[in-house]
Design a binder for this molecule. Structure first.
Ligand code: NAI
Length: 264
């Protein structure tokens, strides 16, 4: 019995927590070799131990998605160790909230750097190795905030909307090049992770309350999400798995929405 992504070499950014961590574990369970990358080394090393305990061939690397030199070295490292790259999960992201007039320019730029520059750099530096590997799948984790606006989160919406159309443009480039690389965006809805600690006041009544994200976010979700409950990181990771696998071989330039109906 082989896994759904057996033997594929996968790079996951922002892998130490939340959705990235779940994606690394789900992909490993289905036979992938994992390169997990993040800023939070202690959490990353913990993930590595868990992956190894499950028999996964894997490594963890400290990696800031906003730094061009980090991308150059992580891709060079993958080439040296594995000789190929089949899947890139551009997952690292931050969410900062506040009314546009109150938002510090530095915070705007930090979101652009992580959420948009990071995705651009990931595609730019991974694509040559993926093409040399005979094809692959790039999964850019956007958000329903890249499709549907919410108040007090304009910077986040701008970056996630940018990821959505950047993805489609690159998908066309790859299709025209006939390089076998598929490029898709994935749009999670409300998924309880640490990102909600900084997305304060982004729900319509401004009451999600940051660190009280548990009960207050639950209440908001009941009202705002047709299915009435939040996603788990694994719900999102299952979509990443499908886009990473050859089951989605005819899928490129699409936007996979996993949001319990929130954006309908
Ligand atoms: P999280 O906060 O649990 O995980 C984000 C990870 O990204 C952390 O491990 C963090 O260390 C890492 N990271 C942050 N800046 C980085 C940088 N410069 N370089 C490398 N790594 C960096 O949050 P979550 O929810 O797991 O977020 C993953 C992705 O999912 C993000 O792109 C986020 O925007 C997106 N998303 C999340 C939703 C949610 O409700 N949790 C909804 C829609 C999208």
């Amino acid at each position: 019995m082989t896994g759904r992504v057996e033997g594929k070499v996968v790079l996951v950014t922002g892998a130490a927590n939340g959705i990235g961590r779940a994606a690394a574990l789900v992909l490993a369970r289905e036979g992938a070799k994992i390169v997990a990358a993040d800023l939070q080394d202690e959490r990353g090393e913990g993930l590595l131990r868990e992956l190894r305990a499950g028999g996964c061939e894997c490594e963890y690397t400290h990696h800031d998605v906003t730094r061009e030199e980090d991308w150059q070295s992580v891709v060079a490292g993958i080439k040296a160790r594995f000789g190929r790259l089949d899947v890139l999960v551009n997952n690292a992201g931050i969410g900062l909230s506040g009314a546009v007039v109150d938002m510090a320019f530095a915070d705007w730029k930090r979101q652009v750097a992580v959420n948009l520059d990071g995705v651009f750099l990931g595609v730019k530096y991974s694509l040559p190795l993926m093409r040399a590997s005979g094809g692959g799948s790039i999964i850019n984790v956007s958000s329903i905030a890249g499709i549907k606006a919410s108040p007090n989160v304009s910077g986040y919406c701008a970056t996630k909307g940018g990821v959505r159309l950047f993805t489609k443009s690159v998908a066309l480039e790859c299709a025209a090049a006939k390089d076998g690389v598929r490029v898709n965006s994935l749009h999670p809805g409300i998924t309880e992770t640490a990102i909600w600690d900084t997305l304060i006041g982004t729900v319509e009544d401004g009451s999600n309350g940051g660190r009280e994200r548990g009960p207050t976010l639950d209440k908001f979700t009941e009202r705002a999400v047709p299915l009435g409950y939040k996603a788990t990181p694994e719900d999102i990771a299952n979509g990443i798995l499908w886009l990473a696998s050859d089951e989605s071989r005819y899928v490129t330039g699409t936007e996979l929405v996993i949001d319990g109906g929130r954006s309908i």
